[in-house]
Design a protein around this ligand. Structure first.
Ligand code: OXD
Ligand code: MN
Length: 587
C-alpha cells in the first residue's frame, strides 16, 4: 500500500496518550484542527471538512464482488478487479509528502469473542484522532491479533478531496475497504459504518450472527430488574437521544433508570440460553450536533463536555462552538460550517435562513463520558435482548407503537420500514424511502439474502426477543407532532417491555398488537383521548396501497427473495380487507 500511496513517512499508532497529544498538537499547528477554549471545553477540538464533503455519499459507496447478484439491488456494485484498478489510480501517489498512519483497531472490547480487528492506513490526522475515540486502537490490538490473525484491511486517503474521484469501496470477499477523496466521518472512519455494518453484516451471515444499525439500551424498573432493548432507526432519527433517554418525572420518582449500551450499532449473537445477545462494537459516539441540547439529550450534552471533536458546527473567535437548537442563544458572530463569517439572521439571496452549523454537523465523544453508560457496555458477552424495536420517521400512516405477531411477521415489519430522508443522507430532505431495518445504506450484501438470514436466525432462537415498531414522528393537520417524544418515549418502551414479558394485554389490529385503552402509562402527561386516537389510527385504504408498495419493493429482489415475506404481504392484506369491506358497506 505504501508503494502505491508513496507517503513520506509511516507512523504506527500505539494508542498512548502521549502520541495522541503529539498528534493533536500537530493538527492544531497545521490548522487541521482548532483547539477550543480549554476552560469551557477541556480536551476538545474543532474541525471543518470540505464544503462538498459533509455527509455520507451513498451514491459513491460500492459493494465490490465477483458477481453482481451478491451485492443486490440495494447496493451500488462494481466488479472487484475494476474497482481495485480505478481506485488504485486515485491512490497512486496520493500520500506524497504526507504521513501514512497505521491504526490497528478493535471493534468490540479487545479479546471479546464478538470482536473484529481492522487496520486502517490513512493520511489524515483527523481520522486517527477520531478512530482513537470511536474504536479501541493501538498496540494492544496488534498483540491480540498475533502474527497470523485475520483482520479487515482498511485503506483511506484524502487524496485531493475531489468529489468526482470519491469512492467508498467495500470488498467483502477480501475483507477489505478502500476509501478515497473524502474526509467526512461516515466515509472515512472505516471501523464504523464500513467495517461494523457493511463488512460485518456480510461476515455475520457467513458466521451465523447479525450486524445491525441499532442502539442498545437497558431499562431498569423500580424492582431493579434491567431489561435490554435494541432499536433500529434510520440516520438522524434520534437514536442517540433515545439511547440516553431521561425518564419522565413520574417514572423517575418510581425508580425507573435508563442505561446506555450503544447509540448506533449492535452486533447480535445467539447465546447458549437461546436468547439474542447484543454488543456495541464502538468505543465512542459520533452524533449529530444540531438539535442536541439539555432538553433533547442532557446525557448527550454531558458526554461532549470534554475530550470531544466537533466537526462542521459554528466556531466563535474565543474558541467556543454553537449549533442550531443547541443549548445557548446564538453568538453575535462566528464562523459557519462552510468557513464563512456568520451572524444570527443571515439569509441567502432567496431569503433562506443560513445555518451556522451544518445540519449534519457532528460530535465525536468517548462512550466513557456518558453519565449513564451501562456497567455492562463493555461486557465481552454483550447483553440479552428482551425486545427489538424498528422505527422510522413518518408524518402520517404509522401508529405510535405496535407489536408484531411473531418473529416472521417482525422481520416483515422491519423489511417494510420506510422513512423520510434527513440531513445525514445525501438526497432530498423529507422524501420517503424504503429503508429495511434502517440498513439500506449499510447492508454489505444482497438484501434478499439478508432477509433470509433474519428468518433463519429466528428459527435458531429458542427464546427470541419480541419485535415492535414505533413512530415518534406522526403529525396532525397543522403539521404539529402528535407525540411529545424525547423522555416521554419511555412510556412506550415500558409498554413494550411489559408486553414482551407477557405482563399486559393488547388490542389486535391488522398491523399488529397495540396498547389497550389505558395500556400506556400517561401519568403526568397532557395528551387527550382524541390525540391518542389519532396516534393509533389505521387508515385501511392507505395501508392497502402500502401493501402493494411493499410487494413492488420486494419484487426488485427477484428469485432470491424469501417467499415467506410475500406471504406476510398476503396475510396483511387479508387482515385489512374485512375492515375495509365493513367500512365500505357502512359508507
Ligand atoms: C451515522 C449515520 O453517522 O447513520 O450514524 O449516518
Ligand atoms: Mn447511524
Amino acid at each position: 500500500m505504501a508503494e502505491m500511496c508513496k507517503p513520506k513517512r509511516i507512523i504506527w499508532i500505539d494508542g498512548s496518550r502521549e502520541q495522541q497529544k503529539k498528534l493533536e498538537e500537530e493538527a492544531v499547528g497545521t490548522g487541521e484542527m482548532v483547539c477550543l477554549n480549554q476552560e469551557k471545553w477541556p480536551g476538545c477540538f474543532y474541525h471543518r471538512t470540505a464544503v462538498n464533503d459533509v455527509a455520507r455519499t451513498e451514491h459513491l459507496t460500492y459493494i465490490c464482488t465477483r458477481h453482481k447478484g451478491d451485492a443486490g439491488p440495494n447496493n451500488n456494485w462494481m466488479a472487484t478487479e475494476e474497482a481495485y484498478s480505478i481506485a488504485a489510480g486515485y491512490f497512486n501517489g496520493s500520500m506524497r509528502g504526507r504521513t501514512m498512519y497505521v491504526v490497528p483497531f478493535s471493534m468490540g472490547p479487545i479479546g471479546s469473542p464478538f470482536s473484529k480487528i481492522g487496520v486502517e492506513l490513512t493520511d489524515s490526522i483527523y481520522v486517527v484522532l477520531n478512530m482513537l475515540i470511536v474504536t479501541r486502537a493501538g498496540s494492544a490490538v496488534l498483540e491480540q491479533l498475533g502474527p497470523d490473525g485475520e483482520f479487515t484491511r482498511c485503506l483511506h486517503s484524502k487524496a485531493d478531496l475531489d468529489e468526482n474521484k470519491r469512492l467508498i469501496l467495500h470488498f467483502p470477499e477480501d475483507n477489505t475497504i478502500w476509501s478515497v477523496n473524502s474526509g467526512y466521518g461516515g466515509n472515512v472512519l472505516l471501523g464504523k459504518k464500513c467495517l461494523s455494518l457493511r463488512i460485518a453484516s456480510y461476515l455475520g451471515r457467513q458466521e451465523g450472527w447479525m450486524a445491525e444499525h441499532m442502539l442498545i439500551m437497558g431499562i431498569e424498573n423500580p424492582e431493579g430488574r434491567i431489561s435490554y432493548i435494541a432499536a433500529a432507526f434510520p440516520s438522524a432519527c434520534g437514536k442517540t437521544n433515545l439511547a440516553m433517554l431521561v425518564p419522565p418525572e413520574p417514572f423517575r420518582q418510581r425508580g425507573y433508570k435508563v442505561w446506555t449500551v450503544g447509540d448506533d450499532i449492535a452486533w447480535l449473537k445467539i447465546g447458549s440460553d437461546g436468547r439474542l445477545w447484543a454488543l456495541n462494537p464502538e468505543n465512542g459516539l459520533f452524533g449529530v450536533a444540531p438539535g442536541t441540547n439539555c432538553h433533547s439529550n442532557p446525557n448527550g450534552m454531558a458526554s461532549i463536555r470534554k475530550d470531544t471533536i466537533f466537526t462542521n458546527v459554528l466556531l466563535t473567535a474565543n474558541g467556543d462552538v454553537w449549533w442550531e437548537q443547541g443549548e445557548d442563544d446564538p453568538p453575535a458572530a462566528g464562523t459557519a460550517w462552510d468557513g464563512r463569517p456568520w451572524k444570527p439572521g443571515l439569509t441567502d439571496e432567496s431569503g433562506n435562513h443560513l445555518p451556522g452549523a451544518h445540519p449534519n454537523s457532528r460530535f465525536t465523544a468517548p462512550m466513557a463520558n456518558c453519565p449513564i453508560a451501562s456497567p455492562e457496555w463493555e461486557n465481552p458477552a454483550g447483553v440479552p435482548l428482551t425486545a427489538i424495536v424498528f422505527g422510522g420517521r413518518c408524518s402520517t400512516r404509522v401508529p405510535l407503537v405496535f407489536q408484531s405477531f411473531d418473529w416472521k411477521h417482525g422481520v416483515y415489519v422491519g423489511a417494510t420500514m420506510s422513512s423520510e430522508l434527513t440531513a445525514a443522507q445525501f438526497g432530498k430532505l423529507g422524501k420517503v424511502r424504503h429503508d429495511p431495518m434502517a440498513m439500506l445504506p449499510f447492508c454489505g450484501y444482497n438484501m434478499a439474502d439478508y432477509f433470509t438470514h433474519w428468518l433463519e436466525m429466528g428459527e435458531r432462537l429458542a427464546n427470541p426477543p419480541k419485535i415492535f415498531h414505533v413512530n415518534w414522528f406522526r403529525r396532525d393537520h397543522e403539521d404539529r407532532f402528535l407525540w411529545p417524544g424525547y423522555g416521554e418515549n419511555l412510556r412506550v418502551l415500558e409498554w413494550i417491555l411489559r408486553r414482551a414479558e407477557g405482563e399486559t394485554g393488547a388490542v389486535k389490529t391488522p398491523l399488529g398488537y397495540i396498547p389497550e385503552r389505558d395500556g400506556l402509562n400517561l401519568e403526568g402527561l397532557s395528551v387527550d383521548d382524541a390525540t391518542i386516537a389519532r396516534l393509533f389510527a389505521i387508515d385501511t385504504a392507505v395501508w392497502l396501497k402500502e401493501v402493494e408498495d411493499h410487494r413492488q419493493f420486494f419484487k426488485q429482489f427477484e428469485r432470491r427473495f424469501p417467499a415467506a415475506l410475500f406471504a406476510e404481504c398476503d396475510a396483511l392484506e387479508k387482515r385489512l380487507r374485512p375492515i375495509n369491506m365493513a367500512r365500505d358497506m357502512k359508507g
